[in-house]
Design a protein around this ligand. Structure first.
Ligand code: DX5
Ligand code: ZN
Length: 224
């Protein structure tokens, strides 16, 4: 099922609850929450208390993207704070299989993320134990960057492996998604589309969400 996940990195943090309620009213089912530690990526965002506050403010599924150096230590803390999905970077995990199992054992859905320079081949031995695979379509760390087209090749490869092995993980894309390229992502095989700037840096985030959702749903009905 195609879903648009607003990325709150681009939200107005002073009005976060209000903006989340607006997106919920517009039909959003999931929110994407970017956690950055200033080490794995050159930026800092937010920590467990904000996830805890979001959990109290909304029933939306919280898709928590850990761009941090110690996901093993922090994953249980974010799950405790209310994360439904925890996504860890392949590049940050020394024992990826163990980390993914640990996330599931703590009661959350486990996702794995690959950076633009990481090939899909690095994931072949964990595809059967993940609930989602997120393909970064920008280098992680900042919102508002330009989409890297090579990411669609990786989405197609993942979709093909999923078909061949009869697996059911969701394919997610994150970075540089705008109204003009969302259809390409869906045609390549993306299920979940993360969008920050193109939703929040608009006059009305609810309307921007609805437009993006319509474009994605239309694209999912067109056979390619
Ligand atoms: C980037 C983050 C993204 C970011 C996307 O490191 O993982 O989730 O919010 O922002 P846009 O949609 O503006 O590229
Ligand atoms: Zn993200």
């Amino acid at each position: 099922m195609v879903e648009i996940l607003p990325s709150i990195l681009a939200a107005d943090f002073a009005r976060l609850g209000e903006q989340v309620a607006q997106l919920e009213a517009a039909g959003a089912r999931m929110l994407h929450v970017d956690i950055m530690d200033g080490h794995f990526v050159p930026n800092l965002t937010l920590g467990p208390p904000v996830v805890e506050s979001l959990r109290k403010a909304t029933r939306l599924i919280l898709d928590v993207h850990l761009m941090i150096e110690d996901p093993d230590f922090f994953a249980p803390i974010f799950i405790q704070a209310g994360a439904n999905h925890v996504l860890v970077h392949q590049e940050a995990c020394r024992n990826l299989d163990r980390t993914l199992h640990m996330i599931r054992d703590h009661g959350a859905k486990a996702g794995v993320v690959i950076n633009p320079a990481t090939p899909v081949a690095m994931l072949v031995d964990v595809l059967d134990i993940v609930d989602s695979v997120l393909v970064m379509s920008v280098n992680p760390g900042f919102g508002g960057q330009s989409f890297i087209p090579n990411s669609l090749k990786k989405v197609r490869e993942l979709a093909q492996r999923r078909r061949e092995r009869r697996l059911h993980f969701a394919i997610e894309i994150d970075g540089g998604i705008i109204l003009e390229n969302v259809a390409d992502a869906i045609h390549a095989g993306v299920d979940w589309v993360v969008a920050g700037t193109s939703i929040f840096h608009t006059v009305n985030p609810g309307t921007a969400f609805e437009q993006m959702r319509h474009a994605a749903l239309d694209a999912s009905r067109v056979a390619v």
